[in-house]
Design a protein around this ligand. Sequence first.
Ligand code: BTN
Length: 252
Amino acid sequence: MGDILSISGLMPYLSDVGYANKIYIYESLGSTNTTLKEMAETGHGHGTVVISDSQTSGRGRYGRSFYSPSGGLYISFLLRRESLKLPEITMITALAAVMVCRAVKKVIGKESLIKWVNDILLDDKKVCGILTETVNDSIVLGIGINISAEFPDNLNKVAASISPGADASVRNRIAAELINVFLSPDTDFNNDEIYKEYKKRLTLLGKKIVVSQADTQYEAVALDIDKTYRLIIKKTDGTVEALLSGEVSVRV
Ligand code: BTN
């Protein structure tokens, strides 16, 4: 099977051939999230998927850019809240992180870790980022996975690809794994196994961390993760807090 992103390349790995009607594949886009948000506004519904071989303005969290050269997997899902078995929509990013780790394990056999909330790491380097946004009553879940590209010098200390020189079908198989999970009406995101797995894959627990929120930075210890995927931290003054968002790094 070729590495060309195409419906026929995905088809052998989709659990339901009907999903193909909802998948839009491009050679290059500014951002799959941006295109999907526009599509949501013109009537596309739950389960619409946009994939691109490259992005010219890939977006990350906090207004950052996401390096998106040709050969990566840039995929966005339009998800309607009421169509997902999910009580808290704020949890979707964390759940997506587990689903990416599972897909990577299944397709290339490697175990990846999660840096709260949603960066996926292999050998301490970021291989995937996730950006969740809302449009009207829906969610746009955007996942960017570095599949095989080389990284420029300014990034290659912190970022890497999951499978440099990847086997031709890796990208299609990972895309299909994610599509099967997010489009299946049977996926139960409340499953306790997902929570346990997220916690097991988390890199931070028990470590001293630096939390960055808006304009402030402070030190803390990462104690635990609660069932809604908030990070429980203990600050230096002894107070314990549950963080819903923010950026954390291990204190060195
Ligand atoms: C991050 O690391 O801060 C999140 C990066 C999210 C990148 C993905 S790639 C597919 C989708 N389209 C975008 O423009 N961003 C997300």
